[in-house]
Design a protein around this ligand. Structure first.
Ligand SMILES: [Cu+2]
Length: 194
């Protein structure tokens, strides 16, 4: 039994690596980063953000990042943010399908300085429409029911619980290829110790 629990641990570790390897991290604005007078609609155009991806804001410390509601985004209103971030390097894990809204809260940077960006995230494996990922089913998964946390752990537990080919097509919280790879690794290890 010691051998098989060791194999299980190895599979879990492998799954964590596999899950990390397929997620994409986007620097918001690309080489322009998070700054005034950048066209963020142009930056998001043609990109497909999927559950499991990460967006990173990199900026000079006189800017900040506020996650806001759709209404506050449209009005460039920094008065009632969902969350407030500063320091020059802010990361958000895209843990659920839907659209999230971000602005800079420094006076006039949003309204006059174009520091506003909306990120639409689709379930992994869903096809993006011709116009981009605008067809994401809003609210199709419970928002942030889990902390982003160790995604690989969930992948491993799912892979261990069922056949990798049976992964649901709309599985929201992990990359299905990662789950499949983890499942195969687990099966191989179980076969070795049996
Ligand atoms: Cu700013």
């Amino acid at each position: 039994m010691k051998a098989s629990s060791g194999a299980l641990l190895a599979a879990v570790a492998f799954a964590a690596v596999a899950a990390t390897a397929v997620a994409t991290t986007y620097t918001v604005g690309g080489t322009d980063k998070w700054d005034t007078y950048i066209d963020y609609d142009k930056w998001t155009a043609g990109k497909t953000f999927m559950v499991g991806d990460t967006i990173e804001f990199k900026y000079m410390p006189y800017h900040n990042v506020l996650e806001v509601t759709e209404e506050d985004y449209a009005a460039c209103n920094p008065g009632s943010p969902i969350s407030t971030h500063s320091g020059g390097d802010t990361t958000f894990n895209l843990t659920a399908a839907g659209t999230r809204y971000f602005i800079c809260g420094i006076p006039r940077h949003c309204l006059n300085g174009t520091m506003h960006v909306k990120i639409t995230t689709i379930p992994y494996g869903a096809a993006a429409g011709p116009g981009g990922p605008a067809q994401a089913p809003l609210g199709s998964t419970p928002a942030d029911a889990f902390a982003p946390g160790p995604a690989g752990y969930r992948v491993a537990m799912d892979a261990a619980g069922k056949s990798p080919v049976a992964a649901p097509s709309d599985a929201p919280r992990y990359r299905q290829p990662a789950a499949a790879v983890a499942g195969l690794a687990l099966a191989a290890l179980v076969a070795l110790v049996a």
